[in-house]
Design a protein around this ligand. Structure first.
Ligand code: ZN
Length: 360
């Protein structure tokens, strides 16, 4: 028996600072809770990271001039969030640079992303699926944003706590999922959360990809990019390199948390520790290939898969190392043709999906 839990959703509009303020005011409780979680995480990991909360704020501040130069509008959004929630701006900066300030020691974001285009969907629409895996304590902090920015396309996205929204789709038919990857060329630069936030502001696949490879970026994600036309890409990014893996012709694409491109693999740190991500990747590829008429329900089924539990596609928490403890906190399927998002709060094996439509 699955539980029906509807994620909170907020419609925001106006300038970036105004949208941030609306998010901050409405989700103050979740933002403060996520700040407490980050504080506890750093305290628990002090033995290995030697980073205090104050030290994290000093580190985070180094990244902001780069963000200000590349994307001042999203720094305004973070400023708005801190004003709306009445929390220090520096603390919001820590959340949005947490992977960088902890030097990627947090091997936490073990997400799985997939997409199929018209070749393999029953409806002929492009379908995208994603499990967001993160610290279990942040599961109560997940919410959805339907935004109508003054200067960018409307979008519908998932986020949690004080993070800028970056997982979702926009009214230009652009959809982005992010998966953490672990390059060894990271530097102080524009934080990856801000780089990926910019993708939701783009109106074409090439503009989206240009945003992902912004100059002087701090590091990179894999961005699974899907366009309503059926164009599918994995854009694997690091601070100084990137690779474009095209999936539109094949019609199916998946990604987890290791680099697939050979050139990118050369700069991957600790590849021998990246076993479960490879197992999840092959499992996702196989399950995608076993159906040539995918539906929202068939993708929800793949997101609930338990092979290799607890490090399965549907990821379950295990007690242990504070730096290596995560679970699926939100599960998403998107129909780009219908502009619909099906969102599930927590593990999709235990909770129902709820349907949301992008409002423009
Ligand atoms: Zn499960």
């Amino acid at each position: 028996m699955k539980t029906q839990r509807n994620l909170p959703i907020l419609e925001v509009y106006g300038s970036h600072e105004q949208m941030g303020q609306q998010i901050g005011e409405t989700f103050k409780e979740q933002i403060i809770h996520s700040l407490e979680n980050a504080r506890v995480l750093l305290a628990d990991a002090y033995e290995s990271l030697h980073l205090t909360w104050e030290g994290a704020q000093i580190q985070a501040r180094k990244y902001i001039p780069f963000a200000q130069e590349a994307y001042p509008q999203y720094v305004d959004e973070m400023l708005g969030i801190s004003e709306g929630a009445n929390v220090p701006f520096d603390e919001i900066c820590v959340l949005n640079t947490i992977e960088a300030v902890t030097s990627d020691a947090l091997h936490l974001t073990k997400c799985t992303s997939m997409a199929v285009n018209q070749k393999y969907t029953k409806s002929g629409n492009v379908l995208v699926a994603h499990n967001e895996d993160w610290v279990p304590e942040d599961e109560p902090d997940v919410f959805l944003i339907n935004a109508r920015p003054d200067d960018e396309p409307p979008f519908l996205a998932m986020t949690y706590g004080g993070l800028l929204p970056n997982i979702g789709m926009n009214a230009a038919g652009i959809c982005q999922m992010c998966d953490s990857v672990y390059p060894n060329d990271s530097r102080i630069g524009t934080p990856r959360v801000i780089v990926s936030r910019a993708v939701l502001g783009s109106t074409s696949p090439s503009q989206a990809i240009r945003s992902m490879v912004a100059p002087l970026r701090a590091a990179g994600y894999n961005h699974l990019l899907a366009h309503e036309s059926g164009e599918l890409y994995n854009i694997e990014v690091s601070a100084r390199n990137f690779a474009m893996i095209y999936g539109g012709e094949e019609g199916r694409i998946a990604h987890t948390n290791h680099y697939l491109d050979r050139r990118m693999q050369a700069i991957e740190s600790d590849p021998d520790e990246m076993i479960s991500t490879r197992v999840r990747y092959h499992r996702a590829e196989r399950l995608l290939s076993e159906n040539d008429r995918h539906t929202v329900a068939s993708l929800q089924g793949i997101l609930s898969d338990h092979i290799n539990l607890p490090d399965s596609i549907c990821n379950h928490a295990v007690v242990g190392d504070p730096l290596d403890r995560e679970k699926t906190i939100c599960s998403l399927v998107m129909d780009l043709g219908e502009r619909k998002m099906y969102a599930c709060w927590g593990n999709p094996c235990q909770n129902e999906f709820t349907e949301y439509t992008l409002k423009t």
